[in-house]
Design a protein. Structure first.
Length: 242
């Protein structure tokens, strides 16, 4: 393991990426993560840096702290996704599934009135309309149509769009979504959707319409169609007080 030298990307963020790879590729669910002291020594960083990186991965759900025992790689929640703002990539890694992405289309277009309103941009301002099929564990999971405001994300269309778009927004534009509004509904698959998702026409889909914001500024407007036979959402509910 090489020590982390100062660079443009903060050390805790780079350490976070290394730990994510370590947790998913080497350790696997249930395995103990080396202690704060060991990680600090191995990567020649302060314990505060380790704490910050590990804390972020605990918040993402990839790692979990067990009181008095240490930190462990969280078990993938079979088919349930918790209600937090996760990217597809994070969501699937949490479940222990390998992610695949096929870019189906990527076009720069003038924003329609409806899209402009949702993204809080001018009508006809340029947006990237990105269609992708997302696979998990080697099987189709979802189709996503994302609309991205190019005035805020200049040159986005020229990047590799087959990876995590949230990582790209974070790393290249310092605009990783930190809040989103999302509406969930149900539809049945039409012929095209069924073909792309390897299911029969008329099978159920969960539809997520999400507008995502980075520090209060809208950076994406997405509709995702997930196979309902492969995807569920878990909600922890508490009673209202009073
Ligand atoms: C989920 C959300 C989408 C979001 C995507 C980003 O699937 N429903 O709204 O665009 O994650 O995922 P990634 O960063 O892996 O491209």
């Amino acid at each position: 393991m090489r020590p982390l030298r100062p660079g443009p990307v903060p050390k805790h963020r780079r350490l976070r990426e290394i730990l994510t790879a370590m947790a998913t590729d080497e350790l696997g669910p249930g395995a103990a993560v080396p202690s704060e002291r060991v990680l600090a020594e191995r990567f020649e960083v302060s314990r505060a840096t380790v704490r910050e990186a590990v804390g972020a991965l605990v918040n993402e759900g990839l790692l979990e702290r067990v009181h008095g025992k240490g930190t462990f790689v969280a078990a993938p929640a079979a088919v349930d996704a918790a209600l937090h703002l996760a990217s597809f990539t994070q969501d699937m890694i949490r479940r222990g599934l390998a992610v695949g992405t096929e870019v189906l289309a990527a076009e720069v277009e003038p924003a329609s009135a409806e899209r402009a309103q949702r993204l809080r941009i001018d009508v006809d301002a340029p947006v990237l309309v990105l269609w992708r099929r997302r696979d998990a564990g080697g099987q189709p999971m979802a189709i996503e149509r994302g609309v991205y405001p190019l005035g805020r994300l200049p040159g986005l269309e020229a990047h590799d769009l087959a990876g995590s778009i949230y990582d790209l927004l974070g790393q290249r534009y310092d605009a990783r979504p930190d809040r989103a509004e999302q509406v969930v509904s149900a539809e049945v698959a039409d012929n095209d959707q069924a073909r792309m998702l390897a299911i029969g026409p008329g099978e159920p889909l969960l539809v997520f319409a999400r507008t995502s914001f980075a520090r209060g500024v809208a950076v994406e407007d997405v509709v995702s169609w997930y196979r309902a036979d492969r995807y569920r959402i878990h909600m922890g509910l508490t009673a209202e007080r009073g």
